[in-house]
Design a protein around this ligand. Structure first.
Ligand SMILES: Nc1ncnc2c1ncn2[C@@H]1O[C@H](COP(=O)(O)OP(=O)(O)OP(=O)(O)O)[C@@H](O)[C@H]1O
Length: 319
């Protein structure tokens, strides 16, 4: 449905998007993940024809957005919360959108119902909360009954009810056969929502795989340890790094380790005479997978290893 081929976007001499090649599959929720500034919004803007690529192409059903005959019948998008006319009601706002795009007026009530805004339809938008504004933005995206939906950080600033609602909506849109492409930096959220994940860092793809595979790929399992003595904590971290174990400081007394199981970690602690107050192997999460993939938060590195480039991260974590 969405096809990116060597898509590159450069601002000045900075490549914000650097040769992205991937497909977004149909009838699935695809999470587009990456740390802040990774290039997610820029990629979405290029797909939607709001920005021109420096090189490469982004196609929707084989066509550039600008070549789609009735774009809103094919693609609905929620980007940054738009500046809404504060004195206008939600219904009037959607009616104006419907009219200017040739959609039947009856569609307005349908989408208001879908997003749960029927009772607020005649309220002025100036009185809308952030969550209501997001719902209205989604109503606008659904107006043309498009087969592709692009949502940029749709859960930003929403309360837990709103987050659950958007999650359910995205899943049901995919069940209807639509393509849902959603960006987020919230790994935990995508773990619950997305079937497929595309992870980028510094404008490059570092993972493109089914969600389950990304989670499974994180584990050798991480191991958590708690070392009460600060001096021993550093000695232990250095010893582990020398043994090629990935070490991340996750609290004043805590380290999160990857690349070995609890038996080996316990043996190393014993060998070094380190006193432990905790040695556990929690269930892997997407959060951990993401940390590994992007190498975020890694404080200790083995001397001579260069695990901070996206390419190496792919080799290290892209199983
Ligand atoms: N019009 C622009 N001119 C110059 N630099 C830009 C422009 N738009 C974006 N950038 C830069 O491109 C980089 C990527 O931004 P982008 O918003 O695409 O990332 P993102 O992954 O969506 O991150 P976030 O979650 O923070 O929005 C950032 O460093 C940003 O400052």
């Amino acid at each position: 449905m969405i096809t990116l081929r060597r898509l590159t976007k450069q601002y000045g001499d900075k490549k914000v998007v650097d040769g992205l090649t991937f497909d977004v599959p149909e009838a699935k929720v695809t999470g587009f993940l990456g740390p802040n500034g990774a290039g997610k919004s820029t990629t979405m803007r290029v797909i939607l024809g709001l920005d021109r690529p420096t090189q490469g192409e982004a196609l929707i059903g084989g066509k550039a957005y600008a070549d789609l005959e009735h774009p809103l019948r094919h693609v609905g998008a929620l980007l940054d919360a738009k500046a809404l006319h504060p004195a206008r009601t939600a219904r009037k706002h959607l009616l104006a959108m419907a009219r200017s795009n040739g959609f039947p007026a009856g569609r307005v009530d349908e989408v208001l119902d879908t997003v749960g805004l029927t009772s607020a339809a005649d309220k002025r938008m100036g009185a809308f909360s952030l969550g209501m504004g997001q719902r209205l933005g989604i109503a606008g995206a659904l107006l043309g009954d498009p087969e592709l939906l692009i949502f940029d950080e749709p859960v930003n600033g929403l309360d837990p009810d709103g987050v659950r609602w958007i999650r359910g909506l995205m899943r049901s849109l995919a069940r209807e056969g639509r393509t849902v492409f959603v960006s987020s930096h919230l790994m935990s959220e995508m773990q619950l929502t997305a079937d497929h994940l595309i992870v980028i860092a510094r404008g490059r793809v570092i993972m493109d795989a089914p969600t389950e595979q990304v989670i499974a790929g994180s584990t050798f399992g991480v191991v958590k340890v708690r070392v009460p003595d600060p001096h021993q904590l550093h000695t232990f971290a250095d010893g582990l790094v020398a043994d090629r174990i990935g070490v991340r400081r996750t609290g004043p007394e805590h380290l999160t380790l990857s690349g070995a199981g609890i038996e080996r970690i316990g043996d190393i602690a014993h060998h070094l005479g380190i006193r432990l107050h905790e040695l556990t192997a929690p269930e892997p999460s997407l959060e951990e997978a993401f940390m590994e993939l992007t190498n975020e938060g890694v404080e200790y590195r083995a001397p001579g290893t260069r695990s901070d480039t996206p390419q190496n991260a792919q080799h290290g974590g892209g199983r």
